[in-house]
Design a protein around this ligand. Structure first.
Ligand SMILES: [Zn+2]
Length: 395
């Protein structure tokens, strides 16, 4: 690593930038940091002291010898702070406490009805987080941030839900203020699909530049990673593919009021309705998967066809966006190859050869943990951003 980091118009590389370098393993010692940044040795020392003081880094066990005197190595301290992460769905919730590398320290899953409204739901969240922290011998004082995924549209900048169809009472509720006042840490909120995309990208495919994460659950939505960053769009509504019109379904009315939406033919709720009409017992998307796994012919045919409908919409998106990987997650994705086969069939026959040449279409590896991992990642990226670290060491 011979090239030095450029410093824009005399601005110095701060403590936060040094932390990023150490965190990514680009340098480990004082001398390597001097070499990489072009900063004076005394400046590097001063900034390392500040980072040590705030426990963002620790002296590493290893000492690196390069002929002369052994140099002390420094390492990012993943245990410096704790992160609270929650993925709230329509009917269930998953909560986790993680370290700064998004490693889950304690995790719990619950049945939870989000339609009980924000104060009851978030009050329960605060109490449960406190219990989980106590369980591992920690307290809220060590928490640097809270990440929360909600099953509806969220204006990310304010963290407020915007007309969420399945969350009565939540519209414009100030979630970050309410939770922040009770947990004493910054709160970041996004929709569930975006955090799942973040989690899967960070933990499983960090080397992929352009990724689409499709959640097929009760409804259908997708999260978009471009240049390794989440793309939310102008208002945070990017990726809402569930309400794209599919030609085969002109007579099907969607819950949004339009006809022919993808979600109204290929979503888990829609499939459950079709199976009930065929005389099967299916209340929700999980029941659909249960029937598929049991080898029910109707259910298998239905989910293959759903895969093709989803593939039809994704084929256009592949031409438009040219992702490297499409990940299929959510409850219905638990049906595995049955849904992937339908998706692949249509995408490979309908998208341009150049766009599909190296395209991978895979099931989510994290499964129902993608949301909590992504919620933690959202907080970690915020807290460890160089400018945020600079502020923390400035006192
Ligand atoms: Zn719709």
């Amino acid at each position: 690593m011979t090239e030095r980091m450029r410093e824009p118009s005399g601005q110095t590389v701060g403590a936060g930038a040094l932390l990023t370098i150490l965190r990514h393993g680009q340098a480990r010692t004082r001398a390597e940091l001097v070499q990489l940044t072009g900063l004076a040795r005394s400046t590097v020392s001063q900034r390392l002291d500040a980072l040590l003081d705030q426990r963002w880094i620790v002296p590493a066990e290893e000492a690196i010898s390069s002929g002369g005197r052994p140099a002390i190595a420094f390492a990012f301290n993943r245990n410096a702070r704790l992160v609270l992460a929650a993925d709230l769905g329509a009917t269930h919730a998953r909560l986790a406490v993680t370290d700064l590398a998004s490693t889950v320290l304690v995790e719990r899953a619950f049945d939870l009805a989000i339609d009980r409204g924000p104060e009851e739901t978030l009050g329960w969240l605060v109490a449960t987080f406190r219990e989980m922290l106590a369980e591992i011998g920690h307290s809220v004082a060590e928490v640097c941030g809270v990440g929360l995924g909600l099953p509806g549209p969220v204006e990310h900048a304010s963290g407020r839900p915007v007309n969420p169809p399945i969350m009565p009472g939540w519209d414009a509720f100030p979630v970050p203020d309410w939770l922040g006042a009770r947990l004493g840490a910054p709160v970041l909120v996004d929709n569930d699909v975006n955090i799942m995309a973040l989690g899967e990208h960070w933990a499983v495919r960090p080397e992929t530049d352009h990724l689409i994460f499709v959640k097929v659950g009760t409804g259908i939505g997708c999260g978009i990673i471009t240049e390794r960053h989440l793309h939310r769009g102008a208002q945070g509504a990017a990726g809402d593919i569930g309400h794209i019109r599919v030609t085969s379904a002109d007579d099907v009315v969607c819950r949004c009021g339009n006809v022919g939406c993808l979600e109204a033919v290929a979503g888990g709720a829609a499939m459950a309705v079709r199976l009930r009409q065929a005389g099967e017992t299916a209340e929700n998307s999980r029941d659909v998967v249960r029937l598929v796994r049991a080898g029910n012919t109707q259910a298998v045919q239905l989910i293959r066809q759903a895969g093709r409908e989803i593939g039809d919409v994704l084929a256009s998106i592949v031409n438009f966006f040219n992702p490297g990987v499409i990940v299929i997650g959510g409850d219905v994705a638990e049906a595995g190859e049955h849904i992937l086969a339908g998706v692949r069939e249509v995408i490979y026959s309908r998208s341009l050869p150049l766009a599909t040449q190296h395209l991978g279409i895979r099931a989510s590896v994290l499964g129902d943990r993608a949301g909590v991992v992504g919620a933690a990642v959202m907080v970690i990226e915020h807290v460890l951003a160089p400018e945020a670290v600079d502020l923390s060491v400035a006192g």
